[in-house]
Design a protein around this ligand. Structure first.
Ligand code: S3P
Length: 452
C-alpha cells in the first residue's frame, strides 16, 4: 500500500504550473469523438486511470485511438452507427462512475450485448438513476440489486436492441442534479427516434451540452433544461480539435493549499472556468479568500483562465464557509478541499445538501468526518449537513483515504497546517485523477514523502 508522509509547511508555497486536463471533459471528448464522423485530435487529456478506462472501452468498441504524445490522441470517429461488438462483452470501468454512466447511455442503443463492471467502490454506487430512465425508453439494461440500498448497482448487463429497433423519446425530471445521469440520457438520445428532455432541479456541469452543441447536435438548452431532438437531423457529429482545459477540481486543492499556508503565491494556468464548476471560488471568496481569475479564451465551447492566489489582492480566509443548495451542486467535487479550508478558517463553517456526497467514490461525509476527527478538528454531522469548527490540526494524524482520491488530497493539503507529521494511508487512488499530485506539492515547496 502506498502512503504519504506530509510534514507541516515551513515556508510559503510558490509556483506557477498547470493541472491535468479536465476529467469530465476528457471522458466526454473520447466518447463523442468516437461517435463523430471524421478524425478528432484531443490534446491534454486527463492522465488519470478513470479516463484511461473510457479510452480502452471506446477502443474495444472498434474505435481507432492513436497515441500522439503522453496526453494527446487522434480518434477516428466511426459515426453514430459505427460501433462494433467488443471481442469480449465485459467492459471494465474500474473506479470511474463517469465512464460507467455515460458509456451505458451509448451501449443501451447498440445492437450487441455488453456488461459494464466496476471495482468494489463503483459496484456500491447507485445505478438505478440511469437504468430506470433507460429502460423507460426501451433499453434492455439490468443492474445487480444492492440489498442494503435497494437500488441497482454494477455490474450492468446490457442486451443489444433487435435489428432496426431504436430507443424511444424520453422526458425526465431528475430529483437530484446529476451531470452523469443527464449526459447518459443525452448520449442515448442521439440514437433515439424522438426527443430527449432532461430537467434538473439546478444546473449541474454542462460539458456534454457544450460539446454536443460544438459538434452540431440538435440540442437546445434553457438553464437546467436540455432538449435533444434528432428527428430531421442528418445524424452527423462534427469531429473535435480540442485542447482540454485544466481540471478545476484538481486546481481547487492548490487554491486551498495556498490559503492554508500563509504568504503563498500560486498560479494555476489554463484552468476550465465554466461557472458550473467554479462554485468553490465563490465559497472561498465569501470567506474573504478566493483566487484572481484571468480569462484566457475558450476551448471547445468552454471558458479557460489562469487562477492566482496571493497575487493581486486575494486575501486570507477570515471567516467560515457557508455552502448549500445550488452552490453545493457547483462545487460538489470540491467539498473535500473546502472542508480542508474550513478546518483552518476562523469560526464555524456550514456545508448543507450533501446527500450526493454519500454516494461518491466513498461516503465522503463520513470520510471527511473521520479525517477531521483524526486531525482533532471540531465538527458535527447532522443529516446531510456538516459543521466544521476551524482550529489547528494536530500532528500525528493517520488518515484512511477509504480509497477515495479527493479525501487523500484534502488530507494532504490540511496536513500542511498541522502541528506535526501526518500519515495518509492508501493513496494509490489518487492515480484515478491526478497521478502527479505529490510531485506538484514538492515543486511548490511542500514536504511530502511517498512510501511503499
Ligand atoms: C461528473 C459529475 C458529477 C461529479 C463527478 C463527475 C461528470 O457526478 O461528482 O465527479 O463528469 O459528469 P454526478 O453526476 O453523480 O453528480
Amino acid at each position: 500500500m502506498r502512503r504519504w508522509i506530509v510534514r507541516p509547511a515551513t515556508r510559503p508555497l510558490r509556483g506557477a504550473f498547470r493541472v491535468p486536463g479536465d476529467k469530465s471533459i476528457s471522458h466526454r471528448a473520447l466518447i463523442l469523438a468516437s461517435l463523430a464522423e471524421g478524425t478528432s485530435v484531443l490534446r491534454g487529456l486527463s492522465p488519470g486511470d478513470d479516463v484511461a478506462r473510457t479510452r480502452a472501452i471506446m477502443a474495444s468498441l472498434g474505435v481507432t485511438i492513436e497515441h500522439l504524445d503522453e496526453r494527446s490522441v487522434r480518434v477516428s470517429g466511426r459515426g453514430l452507427g459505427g460501433l462494433r461488438a467488443p471481442s469480449s462483452p465485459t467492459l471494465d470501468c474500474g473506479n470511474a462512475g463517469t465512464s460507467m454512466r455515460l458509456v451505458a447511455g451509448v451501449l443501451a442503443a447498440q445492437g450487441f450485448d455488453t456488461t459494464l463492471l466496476g471495482d468494489a467502490s463503483l459496484s456500491r454506487r447507485p445505478m438505478g438513476r440511469i437504468t430506470r430512465p433507460l429502460r423507460a425508453r426501451g433499453a434492455l439494461i439490468e443492474g445487480a440489486i444492492d440489498p442494503v440500498r435497494r437500488d441497482e448497482t454494477a455490474p450492468l448487463v446490457i442486451r443489444g436492441l433487435t435489428h432496426g429497433k431504436r430507443l424511444f423519446a424520453s422526458e425526465e425530471s431528475l430529483s437530484v442534479p446529476s451531470a452523469q445521469v443527464k449526459s447518459c440520457l443525452l448520449l442515448s438520445g442521439l440514437f433515439a427516434d424522438g426527443e430527449t428532455s432532461v430537467r434538473e432541479p439546478t444546473l449541474s456541469r454542462d460539458h456534454t451540452e457544450r460539446m454536443l452543441l460544438a459538434m452540431g447536435a440538435p440540442l437546445r438548452t434553457m438553464g437546467p433544461v436540455s432538449l435533444l431532438d434528432p428527428r430531421g437531423w442528418d445524424g452527423v457529429l462534427a469531429p473535435l480539435d480540442l485542447d482540454v482545459p485544466g481540471d478545476p477540481s484538481a486546481a481547487a486543492f492548490w487554491v486551498v493549499a495556498a490559503h492554508v499556508v500563509a504568504g503563498s503565491r500560486v498560479q494555476v494556468r489554463g484552468v476550465g472556468i465554466n461557472p458550473t464548476r467554479t462554485g468553490f471560488l465563490e465559497a472561498l471568496r465569501d470567506q474573504g479568500g478566493g483566487a484572481g481569475v484571468s480569462p484566457k479564451g475558450e476551448a471547445g465551447g468552454e471558458p479557460v483562465g489562469d487562477l492566482h492566489v496571493g497575487v493581486g489582492g486575494t486575501g486570507a480566509l477570515r471567516r467560515g464557509a457557508n455552502v448549500a443548495g445550488e452552490l453545493t451542486t457547483r462545487c460538489i467535487d470540491e467539498i473535500p478541499a473546502l472542508v480542508a479550508a474550513a478546518a483552518v478558517s476562523p469560526g464555524e463553517s456550514r456545508f448543507d445538501d450533501l446527500a450526493e456526497l454519500r454516494v461518491k467514490e466513498s461516503d465522503r461525509v463520513a470520510a471527511l468526518a473521520s479525517m477531521l476527527r483524526a486531525f482533532g478538528i471540531g465538527h458535527e454531522v447532522s443529516g446531510d449537513g456538516l459543521t466544521v469548527v476551524g482550529g489547528r490540526p494536530r500532528g500525528g494524524a493517520v488518515i484512511d483515504t477509504r480509497g477515495d482520491h479527493r479525501i487523500a488530497m484534502a488530507a494532504a493539503v490540511l496536513a500542511l497546517a498541522a502541528e506535526g507529521e501526518t500519515t495518509i494511508d492508501d493513496v494509490g487512488c489518487v492515480d484515478t485523477s491526478d497521478p502527479g499530485f505529490a510531485e506538484i506539492l514538492k515543486a511548490l515547496g511542500g514536504d511530502i514523502e511517498v512510501r511503499g
